[in-house]
Design a protein around this ligand. Structure first.
Ligand code: NAP
Length: 255
């Protein structure tokens, strides 16, 4: 047991989290604030609730309103983030959408909507921050939010599965290129978590029962469940962890 646990502290660091208004993004923002970080939340709507949770733990929160389906949002996000804080140390690519539809009926429009946000934006936002980190040579942390569908096929969500499989691949690819610059690129693969993303699944009694009966922990996960993994991967304690996707899944993958 190390005597000095300050390696897990995020004191003095600034984290930018996308999809900060709700769900897992909100949970990560609150956890980071509790661990000492200044938090910048990016969302397409108000992050009022997140701001209140952060205020309750005595943290500092800045909101950036941006639609992440549009790559043009990137320069605005970088500029507003740097206006709020000199240096951004941690980027969490959390925003994501899922569209459920039989594979035979998926439209190109829906395919693009899912992959543009879940995959293309993850790459280009990471690139935007990594460019600065490579230049200033002070390192940085990127945490991507993957999924069980980075490992498995899923049912009626082909674009989502493709995008989340890409997130796991990108996590490795970027880690390989940027580890020499002291940039850690890792991912968290949440299992089945009770958020807006899974509202439809949870309200379908038969799907809900099927899923619950397969989770060794016998319950849906919560945003608080990924806090520990998110803090660890953002902290100095993870300085030699590169390109790894950490499942926080109640044992789903072990089954
Ligand atoms: P959620 O509550 O639906 O959160 C998704 C977040 O992404 C929301 O803040 C949402 O904003 C934001 N977002 C969507 N489209 C956006 C856009 N165009 N511009 C800006 N923000 C946008 O679901 P969640 O479960 O917390 O999802 C967070 C991440 O975890 C996603 O990447 C998801 O795929 C992943 N994940 C979730 C689960 C699960 O079981 N819940 C499992 C594995 C992975 P709005 O509120 O405005 O829509």
């Amino acid at each position: 047991m190390p005597q000095d646990l300050s390696m897990f502290s995020l004191e003095g660091k600034t984290a930018l989290v996308t999809g900060a208004n709700t769900g897992l993004g909100q949970g990560i923002c609150t956890a980071y604030a509790a661990a000492g970080a200044n938090v910048i939340g990016v969302a397409r709507r108000s992050c009022q609730e997140t701001a209140e949770k952060i205020s309750a733990v005595g943290g500092c929160f800045t909101e950036i309103i941006a639609d992440l389906s549009d790559m043009q949002a990137i320069p605005q996000i970088v500029e507003e983030a740097h206006r709020a804080h000199d240096r951004i140390d941690i980027l969490v690519n959390n925003a994501g959408i899922i569209k459920r539809c039989d594979a035979a009926k998926v439209t190109a429009e829906d395919w693009d909507a899912v992959t543009d946000l879940n995959e293309k934006m993850v790459f280009f936002l990471s690139q935007a921050f990594a460019k600065n980190w490579i230049q200033d040579n002070k390192g940085g942390k990127i945490i991507n939010i993957a999924s069980m569908l980075s490992y498995q096929g899923g049912i009626r969500v082909p674009a989502y599965t493709a995008s989340k499989s890409a997130v796991m691949g990108l996590t490795r690819a970027l880690a390989n290129e940027w580890a020499p610059h002291r940039i850690n690129v890792n991912a968290i693969a949440p299992g089945y978590m009770a958020t807006n993303n899974t509202r439809n699944l949870r309200s379908d009694a038969s799907r809900n029962d099927d899923i619950l009966s397969r989770i060794p922990a016998c319950r849906w996960g919560t945003p608080e469940d990924i806090a520990g993994a998110a803090i660890f991967l953002a902290s100095d304690a993870a300085s030699y962890v590169h390109g790894f996707t950490l499942a926080v899944d109640g044992g789903w993958l072990a089954r």
